[in-house]
Design a protein around this ligand. Structure first.
Ligand SMILES: [Zn+2]
Length: 203
């Protein structure tokens, strides 16, 4: 089976910048599993993996537009310090906030005595990405995975321990506790499953 729409693909990857510096890698960890065609991973990498089967490797160059987007000045905001209340404000701090481009992770880039400069650009925005990717496994997606838009691992939605009893519970709004993507699992499983692009279970 080849990586294509409606398949669940496991990949090993190493991401480098244009100088060959390793920025991220799955080597030495569990392969990253994603639902192909469901925007679980950046479009350029998904396009690069398209058509590969288990055991095949490829180098994929992803321009910023098909990666984490172009760098945008619109995502730079100056915020008066009093908006932070009693919270500490330090360069490098990150938090989630609503911006005019949706929910973003904002990083404090600069602080003076009056205001802080927040940057909502992804740290890889504007960068060409160099991936070495190897397909570890490809399987047909299950119907529930297609419905949720993400892969389910052994035990159900969001990996081990997620929903061993009573099924995934993703579409059951009444059973949020211990069901799909409880906050505990979300932090545990940061890539591939719920972490990437959100679980979407409650939609
Ligand atoms: Zn799910």
């Amino acid at each position: 089976m080849r990586a294509s729409k409606e398949t669940v693909v496991s990949i090993e990857y190493t991401l480098k910048d244009e100088k060959g510096t390793v920025l991220d890698t799955s080597v030495g960890q569990e392969p990253m599993e994603y639902l192909h065609g469901a925007s679980n991973i950046i479009p350029g990498l998904e396009q690069g993996v398209e058509g590969l089967k288990a055991g095949e490797s490829k180098s994929v160059v992803v321009p910023a537009a098909l990666g984490y987007g172009e760098y945008s000045d619109k995502l730079i905001q100056r915020v008066p310090l009093d908006r932070f209340g009693a919270n500490k404000v330090e360069i490098g701090m990150r938090f989630h906030a609503e911006t005019n481009l949706g929910m973003r992770v904002l990083v404090i880039r600069h602080v003076d005595d009056k205001e802080a400069v927040l940057d909502g650009n992804h740290e890889l925005a504007g960068k060409t990405l160099y991936f070495d990717v190897k397909v570890v496994a490809v399987r047909a997606a299950e119907l529930t995975e297609l419905a949720h838009g993400h892969p389910h691992q052994a035990g159900g939605c969001c990996g081990g321990g997620g929903a061993k009893s009573g099924g995934c519970g993703c579409s059951d709004t009444e059973s949020s506790e211990g069901g799909c993507c409880s906050s505990e699992e979300k932090t545990e499983k940061s890539s591939g499953g719920c972490g990437n692009g959100g679980c979407g279970c409650s939609h």
